[in-house]
Design a protein around this ligand. Structure first.
Ligand code: IMP
Length: 201
């Protein structure tokens, strides 16, 4: 007999990589949908200055259009030598028309000459849960690591080919999704969502 999927969750994003990771992390108890499944939602401007503000904007923009649970993920990379940049501007680090590749190239340029611990960084993620146009909760997660001086690996997305998580010798892009999804900032934020006490209220 098929196991019944218990919760349908819409992720407020058009980033296939994020949706894929969220789907893999949450597992078979959740049916994870993305914005391609509903109409009427335009681009949400990320005008916040914190991950939680931007995740809230994205969750609430969609929650009014969808009858059910909605989550939004806002995430990024904080590099200590750059005073926490690119942070909430991670996707737009290299300016208009930024791509993952141009953002990584700029990051490498800015860290040139720095070695070892001078290249410390962390990924952060905040997941906001909403329903019926109301924010219900926010969950955060982070993972410490360092930025290496050349790209390695072909998995993942964004800054993954440059980020080696603490306790490992390879980048997220080399380690593969099973390892990344066990220890990532996103996995840690989603563990808060899974443990949330309000699901059955
Ligand atoms: P957002 O869509 O505004 O949350 O931007 C997220 C950006 O942060 C992405 O475009 C990536 O540049 C970066 N980012 C967030 N999470 C990850 C990750 O798991 N791996 C690599 N880069 C990430």
């Amino acid at each position: 007999m098929n196991k019944t999927i218990s919760r349908r969750l819409l992720v407020s994003t058009r980033n296939d990589h994020k949706v894929g990771e969220i789907r893999e992390i949450l597992g078979a108890d959740f049916e994870v949908l993305d914005l391609s499944t509903i109409s009427g939602v335009g681009e949400v401007e990320e005008t916040g200055v914190t991950f939680e503000e931007n995740a809230t904007l994205k969750a609430l923009a969609v929650s009014g259009h969808f009858d059910g649970w909605v989550i939004a993920d806002d995430s990024g990379l904080e590099v200590d030598a750059l005073d926490g940049a690119p942070g909430v501007w991670s996707a737009r680090f290299s300016g208009v028309g930024a791509t993952d590749a141009s953002n990584r190239a700029l990051l490498l340029e800015k860290l040139e000459g720095l070695r070892g611990k001078e290249r410390s960084a962390r990924f952060r993620c905040v997941i906001v849960l909403a329903r019926a146009g109301r924010k219900l909760a926010a969950f955060s997660g982070s993972v410490e690591g360092v930025i290496i001086n050349q790209e390695k690996g072909s998995g993942g997305f964004g800054y993954d080919p440059l980020f080696v998580p603490e306790g490992h010798c390879e980048t997220f892009a080399q380690l593969g999704s099973e390892v990344k999804n066990a220890l990532s900032h996103r996995a840690r934020a989603l563990s808060g969502l899974l443990a949330w006490s309000g699901w059955n209220d």
